[in-house]
Design a protein around this ligand. Sequence first.
Ligand code: GLN
Length: 496
Amino acid sequence: MSPAPAEWLESSAERIAESVRDGTASATEIARAFLARADSTAARLGTFLHRMPEEALATAKRVDQERARGGRLGPLAGVPIALKDNICVRGIPTTCGSRILEGYRPPYDAHVVERLRGAGAVIVGKTNCDEFAMGSSTENSAYGPTRNPWDLARVPGGSSGGSAAAVAAREAVLALGSDTGGSVRQPAAFCGVYGLKPTYGAVSRYGLVAFASSLDQIGPFARTARDTALLFNAICGRDARDMTSRPEAAPVELDALERGVKGLTIGIPRDILTGEGIAPAIRACFERASKALERSGATLVDVTLPHAKHAIATYYLVATAEASANLARYDGVRYGLRAKDGNLTRMYEATRGQGFGREVKRRILLGTYALSAGYYDAYYLRAQKVRTLIRRDFADALTKADALLFPVTPTTAFGIGEKVDDPLSMYLNDIFSIPASLAGVPALSFPAGFDEAGLPIGLQLAGRPFQEETLLRVARAFESSDDAAARIPAIAKGGA
Ligand code: GLN
């Protein structure tokens, strides 16, 4: 007997793919259940910029036919997945949440999309995000904000807010986002799901619209540690079209995640945990989680990250400098929007003036300034040097510990409208996510509890390059000792 649609909504990707492979479930039925859920919740949540019901059903049908023929099905067979709208899918609108890309349909698939198709995944749509991934709340989307499934008056985090919210609301089992300074980890924390920023170079950026190329990484969202690994495995590895992608990028062994934390050393960077700013509920959750891991057999050691306090200042020079160069290509000639204006120069100006939002313009100005002759040494070069120091901090700390544990954010999800007019306070929300981005190390946000208002709390694990497995193993040990995972946002309760 085939389970009721509502049961599929709560299933893991692992179980869905297994059931589709052994013929106890139909990919088409599963796709229908998730599409119906999104029919009832997506408009309220603002999760998608473009839904793909016909394409999803066509893919699901192909998976079912392949199974009927006795063909080999991939590790994500029939698994509904949502993609952040800065990941190119051939023929499907890709806007990056920006007016300047209105009408653009990429003529090719991103590397990760090719991989997902090969694995049998069913793409259900493109998710809302801050314009060009610049933001921490998804309020910088030109197409309206996404809402947090746990409290519709709050932000889902950003910039990959649509992807995190879609997974939390069971509109998709899995999703991909991109993380430049926290954009997978922070929304994962705000929405109570897993979010992994892989090691820089673990996943090809081919077909990911560039924001800050030395920091951008595509990363998975999922509701369990094992599903996070499953999705990471599907997308990681060397791709000749991204020269920064590395052959060392290794899939995670799923069985290894069940080994527990005995024998592992977890570093606590006490120096970044001092100071005001951290909400008491997050501090308490952090203490609880570290004690739980210690009880499960991990050894805790104190470490330091002495230069992490300079991470935000460093990031807003490096990332804006790279963004100012990357965004120069939107000139009204090659992609999307073109303003009607007399001569060529005026057309460029009008297109960029109308097409980019306030935050994007602010960053282009900042980055252009930081790179300009006379200021380059004082700002950009200096920032690169501090980046090296931050990278060394992590390398040192990770000689003493297998993974570092600290919060993802200083607070839980804030209200819609609370920080949009105050860019600096928005930037400060990333204080704990940016250091690992600058260091290029893998970092995972995992659900660790709830605050007094019932909002999810995420904690972060950072590790040695290409050791995503260790992070997921620690998170899996915590997950199996914790019952928080049983909570579901009200909007995602019951059938579709
Ligand atoms: N919030 C950070 C920013 O606005 C990080 C964004 C990201 O990771 N894409 O730059």
